[in-house]
Design a protein around this ligand. Sequence first.
Ligand SMILES: C[S@@+](CC[C@H](N)C(=O)[O-])C[C@H]1O[C@@H](n2cnc3c(N)ncnc32)[C@H](O)[C@@H]1O
Length: 245
Amino acid sequence: MPTIQPDEPPSELPEVEAGRLPDRYRDRMQDQFLARALPRLRPGVRILDVGAGRAPTLAPKTRPTGCWYVGTDRSAEELDAAPPGAYDETIVSDVTEPFPRADRFDLVLSWQVLEHVGDVGDALRQMGECVVPGGLLLVQTSGSRAVFSVASRMMPHRARVFAMERLLGVPAEEKFPTTRQPKTEASLRAALTGFSSVDVLPFYRGAAYFRFSRALQRLYVVYEDWAAADRRPDLATHYLVAATR
Ligand SMILES: C[S@@+](CC[C@H](N)C(=O)[O-])C[C@H]1O[C@@H](n2cnc3c(N)ncnc32)[C@H](O)[C@@H]1O
């Protein structure tokens, strides 16, 4: 199933309407990503989806005519698990290493991959190399100082998978080991060199990780409200990077 379904309703909306989550949970983070991708979705656009694995970021129905959509991942097994028609082409490659082809793309996408890579700076540099002049790099990642990221680094990977399955109902095959690499607003900006413009949008959206306990979730939201109101972008839970080459 593609990661961004344009018509899917925001999953946290009922909780916002019940007064359990603040208003910033009303919209989907996916829609901010999609809003930046849409102007680039012109006929014949060439798109590279990095760390695409079993779920392409953009659904085939959102791609324009003549679009060439390449999925790349370091795991051939993950790419093979994608549904038929997910990609026009797949390439097995590690994003921290030079892209194995001379092709360049109008739009390079990556959804929730940076938290799993060995070196975020290398990954952003290599993704940037794949973008044509004037093209766009769009990356969504979790923040390394988010409470759930800190907690997950303190657990062995197996314990994390177990907790995610038992407490949050996330299937084990969707959990990949995370790395300790910093991902904050400051570190992402510092790594994004060689672009004509860089926009890093912080989100404060970690409540889903505490949905197994209402009391804990309430406490967490108080903390997150403070981080959001006090504009502490290095404590954000997620970032959307939009960088034009
Ligand atoms: C959480 S999944 C996200 C998959 C997909 N982007 C999505 O939206 O569902 C992370 C993916 O990143 C891939 N990955 C992890 N490290 C990578 C690397 N260094 N280079 C390329 N892909 C990598 C994993 O194999 C996995 O498919």
